[in-house]
Design a protein around this ligand. Sequence first.
Ligand code: SF4
Length: 687
Amino acid sequence: QCLRHTEQKITKTVCTYCGVGCSFDITTRGRHILKIQPEQGPANGISTCVKGKFAWDFVNSKDRLVKPLIREGSTFREAGWDEALDLVHERFSATRASHGPDAIGFIATSKGSNEEVYLTQKFARAIIGTNNIDCTSRYCQSPATKGLTRTVGYAGDSGTMDDIDEAELLLLIGTNTTDSHPVLATRIKRRLKRGEVKVIVVDLLRHEMAERAQLFLRPKPGTDLVWLCAVTRYILDNGLEDRAFLAKRVNNLEALRASLAPFTLDYAEAETGLSQTNLIRIADMIVSASGVCALWAMGVTQRTTGSDTSTAISNLLLVTGNYGKKGSGAYPLRGHNNVQGAGDFGALSDKLPGYLKVSDKAARERVGRAWGVDLPEKPGLNNHSMIDAAHAGRLHAMYIIGEDTAVVDSNTGHTQEALERLDFLVVQDIFMTTTAQFADVVLPACPSLEKEGTFVNTERRIQHFAQALDPLGESRPDWQILCALAQRFGHRWDYAGPREIMSEATKVAPLFAGATYDRLEGYKSVVWPVDAQGHSETLLYTKHFHTKDGKARLYPVHWHAPVERADTEYDLTLNNGRVLEHFQEGNLTARVPGIVSKVNQFYVEVSQELADDLDIKTGARVMLTSRRGSVEAGVLVSPRVAGRELYTVEFSLTEPINRLTGNHADSVTSTPAFKELAVKLAILSRE
Ligand code: SF4
């Protein structure tokens, strides 16, 4: 059709990148994206960042998968949908018959919609009969969720971004908000400029927010738990705690007090490198603020102490009465657009939709009744343990949707060996990712612009996105693929569309009871928990905590040193994270020419001090080697890093950082300790 005669179409959509959840109108003509225009989105107002505004060209990339593919030897041939789905049905049925349902594992996508995540976990549980289902939150925010469920109850931020805007003090730990959650950072910067808020940043990287903060502190890597516990102890020792709040609303104070015995200021100074003066300054700033919000991200969670450090943050907030009132609370910042929703809607190995426990008989029966099946009781394997099980030959088949596991899981050598050892692998994605190259069947899926659905942002806000474009080629939305496959297993999944899927989910999970599509029209949204009448709790814990007796529970934690630290051979610490322009492993943003023209190199940031020692300059080439592998990188001499600490971005598809990272993980949630990484550096060229 002639483009001149194709009408413009305006569709309300939600950003497919970070967890801020910006929503906007997208103007299209045919498949051409003409304009992105925010119209008072609940999270972003009229703001977007460079990704939300410009990083959509991947939908028309020549690399899009447009037909199902079936492996033949070392290559793939195109196939029809019937042939591909019949093969998946045949091989999954055979695997289940020979090895049982727990020989099959599922990874759901945090980029997909809630409705699609819901169907993925339903497929695993109700059709295959296994709880081996997980999602991307295992790689990032599971430890934060654990810290919250241990202490205050709900697996989500305790308020919204409007509540963050009310805080008198923000405590930012291990979060490079400017690069990773740009629109939220803009809101904070605006308030900083007006003098309405104070900010403490504790981070290894002197990022933009650190430059603007009233107090920036750089502890030794992996020691956040120590300073958090020392500050908490100092507050209690000096009678600065919120006694009325603790007496009325919190249990377990004496157990916490006893557990803090080792965390004296002397000890904390020695372990963290932070001066006692600064530790006392943090305490004083917290207790003198009328409301404190703590924001944290992967600098905290992707460590072997990720869950315990998240717990220590929540303990500190409780001791100072910083829950349940305006401008207070815990805000782990979700990285992917729908990583919150993926967990909420049941892509977790031990939780059903709405965080109902698989080990809870009544919950299992409730959901099983709705689905017309008996549900498996034994918690399943998570992402990390599925890879280990595949490596050991205990997991025989996997179905991976929208995740580039071969690149984003730690220790890619181990992960890729595990994928090779599977008898059968299905990958459902929009591109021929590294993971898809290990598959037996590749199913072409659609990005969010080509389908309808909902996402949950970091505020627990459920937002609807409408379909802007037709699916490209023969690609299909994930929900349609899952329904077609379910029919082959004899299950009548004849949902008319995402509206009907959400309607079922609202009946299964009380947490979303009122999240009907009628309440999500246009820019309308609801925040869970939302009851059947549509009443949302935006600020949690104003009256009760989400626990049996309604009281919060202080949870003692213990510290151990990072499992991997710099030593005489691997003598440098390599930290890693995001850069504003790119997202995750780069499968989307590396296919957007405008973005690639801005940042197209894999580089490592090196301090001036180390650069002088090594006699290298910006533009030098180096080889970084860990105990697992090597990657080559350009050098950027940067004031953001100090001493023998290096920083690099995680986006590169050509030099994935996870060639270097190891199998060590948070002991509670198995989240890989991507940040506990020691390397050595060899110079390839000096400038
Ligand atoms: Fe908003 Fe995040 Fe998307 Fe940027 S990447 S537009 S901050 S949701």
